[in-house]
Design a protein. Structure first.
Length: 387
């Protein structure tokens, strides 16, 4: 069921517009103050634009809550028809539950979150739909950032109209004598009329809008809470208890331990057979190499010994090169430190030079000031002497 307060706002606005036009003599053709009429029409036009935007947001809230209530009624009806069974199997993949884009997106995120909790034995955990469809979403759809500032804006427009009317009245008021005051009373009263009218309907609209907006949002929050209550009662899937999860975990661990034990026994037998085979292959290879190579193995040993000596000489040369490189790095480091000290001294010298420059400039200014004062004194004395 939609809330009709949003249409009441437009009705009140139209009534106030007709009343203002009547006071200014539009319907009777007796318009005595065109300035007052134009200012009131401009202010009413601004308020009308603001009310049009607010009415659009109210209609969005109505549509939002109407979909929530329609979904709640459908869930209650299906829950009764299923004899009290959870409706989650039918709703876990239901994409046409809502027509509003904001509700579609929020419910899709909720379904994806619930799928992450699903296992072969059921749902190990659950999340509340209120994390996705909540008052924050309702405020965003209903443009609460705009409507929340509407009351202050309307009051501000009324105050602005007050000062504008007083400025118009006092701007043309001339009170030099009694006759001028009498002639300008009409202009002053016209400005006060502008101030009075804008203040009255600005504050009146502020009060009416604040009442309607709060009533509409309170009704929307109540419908949202009712929908969430029905969803928790009829749709949310049952979650496996902690005892069931613990028992399933124990069974899983026992199966894993048994499988690991069988694999270790199999690998142990295969490792023993592989070790014996490798030993036989190595022994046969050594015997065949000894028979075949003979003296060639001695030559190979000599070559390996010569190669070892060459590698030792190369290692010694590399060590000396490394020491030279370290000495070079140390020299570079000392050079960098000396350069850093020189730069710091240059910075200190530059700072001192700047301070002396400022001091010299200040001294020059003081000397210039003293000379100017002396010249001024001399000029005064000369003028006095000439007089």
């Amino acid at each position: 069921m939609k809330n009709k307060l949003c249409y009441g706002l437009l009705f009140v606005y139209l009534v106030v517009v007709v009343f203002i036009l009547f006071l200014n003599g539009v319907f009777t053709g007796d318009i005595t103050d065109w300035v007052n009429l134009i200012i009131n029409l401009v202010f009413l036009l601004i308020i009308g634009i603001l009310f049009a935007v607010a009415t659009i947001s109210f209609l969005k809230i109505n549509h939002f809550t109407a979909e929530l209530m329609s979904a709640a009624e459908q869930m209650q009806r299906e829950y009764r028809e299923s004899a009290g069974k959870s409706l989650w199997p039918a709703y876990q993949d239901k994409k046409d539950m809502f027509g509003t884009d904001a509700l579609k997106s929020a419910y899709a995120k909720y379904r994806m979150r619930m799928k992450s909790f699903k296992t072969k034995r059921g749902y190990v955990n659950s999340c509340d739909l209120e994390e996705y469809i909540n008052e924050e979403l309702l405020d965003r759809v209903g443009m609460s950032h705009f409507n929340g500032a509407m009351s202050g804006t309307l009051t501000g427009l009324g105050i602005l109209g007050t000062f504008l009317g007083l400025s118009i009245g006092l701007g043309s008021f001339n009170g030099n004598d009694i006759y001028a005051v009498t002639d300008n009373v009409g202009t002053l009263l016209g400005g006060m009329k502008v101030a009075f009218h804008t203040s009255v309907y600005g504050i009146f609209f502020s009060l009416i809008f604040s009442f309607m907006y709060r009533s509409l949002m309170a009704d929307a929050y109540e419908k949202l809470e009712k929908f969430l209550h029905v969803f928790r009662q009829c749709v949310v899937p049952p979650v496996a208890s902690e005892d069931e999860n613990y028992a399933a975990m124990l069974v899983y661990q026992a199966n894993m331990a048994n499988s690991m034990k069988q694999m270790l026994e199999l690998m142990r037998g295969q490792a023993a057979e592989q070790t014996e085979g490798v030993e036989r292959i190595v022994n046969q290879f050594v015997e065949q190499m000894t028979q075949t190579m003979g003296g060639n193995l001695q030559k190979l040993g000599g070559l390996l010994e010569a190669n070892s000596k060459a590698q030792m000489m190369y290692a010694e040369n590399s060590r000396e090169l490394l020491q030279t490189a370290e000495a070079l790095v140390e020299g570079n480091r000392a050079n960098q430190e000396a350069t850093q000290v020189a730069l710091e001294r240059q910075d200190i010298f530059a700072t001192q030079l700047q301070a002396q420059k400022e001091k010299l400039s200040q001294t020059c200014e003081e000397i210039s000031t003293d000379i100017s004062n002396q010249l001024y004194t001399f000029e005064q004395m000369r003028n006095t002497y000439e007089s």
